[in-house]
Design a protein around this ligand. Structure first.
Ligand SMILES: [Zn+2]
Length: 359
């Protein structure tokens, strides 16, 4: 039946009609609020690139979590800023680690709040990578290598040859996969012991879900679910988070473990691997630049699907709104709706509180 019998505008005429036929709805119970816990007392330090988001000491974090919960948001995910970092991420798995302490305090005050624990090592490693770093032996000095490949007659030629070669030489470090699994498993058990309800590994090492599941089961946490950051892309949108969690890598980047933004088929393989290893829920991160990946994952997998609206997505909206270039609330809700429409039933977002008030 075509126009003029069919008039699609009929159902858009009033707010009531539009609401009645809405295919996608946002509700506070879809949201998870990310929180950054730091040492001290009475600390509320705003993250420069994420206005409205704070590093909070445990006492303040408990107050904030209380507020989040009272708005109907069922869950928070905790990230930690330890007072010391080292080469084995002690702060991630220590019994009195910052997230462990925060989890105990929150469980005591807010037993009904679902606590997610981000499991990664970058915030606790002095080098800021998500796994153990091993130096690989340098083949030889670049100067010597240059002499081997080209005959250089003067300094200038030598410099040019070295520069050219440097681009070809592999980085002299490696993020060691299997050894990192042990620390991730240890961290997960430690978080479960502290009262974390859902273990959420974000490191992107191969085999971490299986390693974590095994360790949790052995420690008696058979009923603790794993939400894996199954398809986590190497993304420029994480920039502000690195300031918030003080987790920028000190050298190199994360492209050898996080996914290449060009690949959706590989994302499906990553998710399938995590499901196979025992993930209970899966996540795609970031959200807005990867809505197609969310939609494809929804189509293909039957597990609960989460998406993380990351710091850069938040910062862009905030910055444009502050300049008066967009309507903040409208764009905030539209961005969340798009993630939901793509197929994510759980959204990790810095807008959890503000959006819950408008749902
Ligand atoms: Zn990490």
């Amino acid at each position: 039946m075509a126009f003029p019998t069919t008039r699609l505008r009929r159902l858009r005429r009033t707010a009531e009609l539009r609401n009645m036929v809405a295919e996608t709805r946002l509700t506070p119970d879809a949201f998870v609020y990310p929180m950054f816990v730091c040492p001290g007392e009475g600390v509320r330090k705003e993250v420069r690139s994420m206005p409205g988001v704070f590093n909070l000491s445990i006492d303040e974090a408990v107050k904030e979590a209380e507020q989040v919960h009272s708005l109907g948001v069922p869950s928070v995910i905790l990230f930690g800023l330890p007072d010391k970092k080292d080469e084995v991420a002690t702060g991630a798995w220590a019994e009195n680690g910052i997230v462990q302490q925060a989890a105990r305090a929150m469980k005591r005050e807010l037993p009904g709040l679902v606590l997610m624990g981000d499991v990664c090592l970058c915030e606790y490693m002095s080098h800021g990578h998500c796994g153990i770093v091993k130096a690989t032996p340098a083949p030889q000095s670049l100067g010597a290598a240059a002499r081997d490949v080209v005959v250089v007659s003067n300094e200038e030629e030598k410099d040019r040859a070295i520069e050219k070669l440097a681009r070809r030489v592999q980085p002299e470090y490696e993020i060691v996969n299997d050894a990192s699994l042990e620390l991730l498993a240890k961290t997960s058990v430690s978080l479960a012991r502290a009262g974390i309800d859902i273990i959420a590994p974000s490191d992107m090492m191969d085999g971490r879900v299986a390693a974590i599941r095994k360790a949790l089961d052995e420690a008696g946490f058979l009923n603790t679910p794993i939400l894996s950051y199954a398809a986590k892309f190497a993304s420029g949108f994480y920039g502000p988070f690195r300031e918030a969690a003080d987790s920028a890598p000190q050298f190199g980047d994360r492209r050898s473990y996080q996914m290449d933004g060009a690949n959706i088929r590989e994302a499906m393989r990553e998710i399938a691997a995590d499901v196979e290893e025992g993930a209970d829920m899966i996540m795609v991160k970031p959200a807005m630049p990867y809505l197609d990946v969310i939609a494809a994952a929804r189509e293909r997998f039957d597990l609960p699907l989460a998406a993380y609206q990351v710091s850069g997505e938040y910062a862009m909206i905030e910055a444009a709104a502050r300049n008066g270039w967009i309507e903040r609330e409208r764009v905030m809700m539209e961005s969340l709706l798009s993630i939901r429409r793509a197929g994510a039933s759980i959204i990790l977002t810095y807008y959890a509180k503000d959006a819950a008030k408008l749902c």
